[in-house]
Design a protein around this ligand. Sequence first.
Ligand code: CDP
Ligand code: CDP
Length: 203
Amino acid sequence: MHFTIAIDGPAASGKGTLAKALAKHFGFEHLDTGLLYRAVAARVLAGDTPEHAAQTLDTHHLTHKGMRTPEVGAEASRVAAIPAVRAALVDYQRKVARRKGGAVLDGRDIGTVIAPEAEVKFFITASDTSRAQRRLAEFTAKGIDTDLETVLRDMQDRDARDSDRAAAPLRPADDAITIDTSDLTAEEVLAIAIELVDEVLPK
Ligand code: CDP
Ligand code: CDP
């Protein structure tokens, strides 16, 4: 069975949390596509060119370690605006999206570019303040020294870069279901999403 759930949205809206939980619930594969751009960014920060880093990225050995820092996040949104970088990562993402047994992918362009055929598309949003507070809590838990104002500004810069770029900008697909998670717990968002997927999933 092929069944794709596409999840897009701005930084720290809760995409990853929802994607992971939905994949677990339905027994689907999960791909955090932001990790691909973060991995390319980490290599660029270490001296590689964006194009070379993307073309030689080893998708079998992606690690979360060291990837969720403010520096890597900011660089990820810069390399993500380069068409050759995006092009090098498309085939792998499409393959995962159509893998037998179902897949959940989260990112910025899943419903619009990677899997426009996805059976269910979610666009996850939350207020800027909620998102910045969530990201700050994550950074603080990791021992990263920063403050709400800095996190908010960095996040808004990144959202603007992701929305204003010409190549696969962040935007909801026409048939995406938008969920504002500002006042919802991750469990509440999951329950809403499961109900919506269940309506479409073949019995
Ligand atoms: O993947 P994305 O950057 O969109 O966000 P995330 O990593 O799923 O969520 C960012 C943080 O917000 C995590 O620490 C989640 O636990 C938290 N979160 C929340 O507080 N309420 C939600 N409804 C969803 C996520
Ligand atoms: O978790 P968060 O939303 O903060 O970031 P992420 O999903 O790990 O994505 C990091 C950056 O990669 C984003 O700011 C985008 O510039 C880029 N990205 C993209 O362009 N397309 C995707 N499908 C996923 C991420």
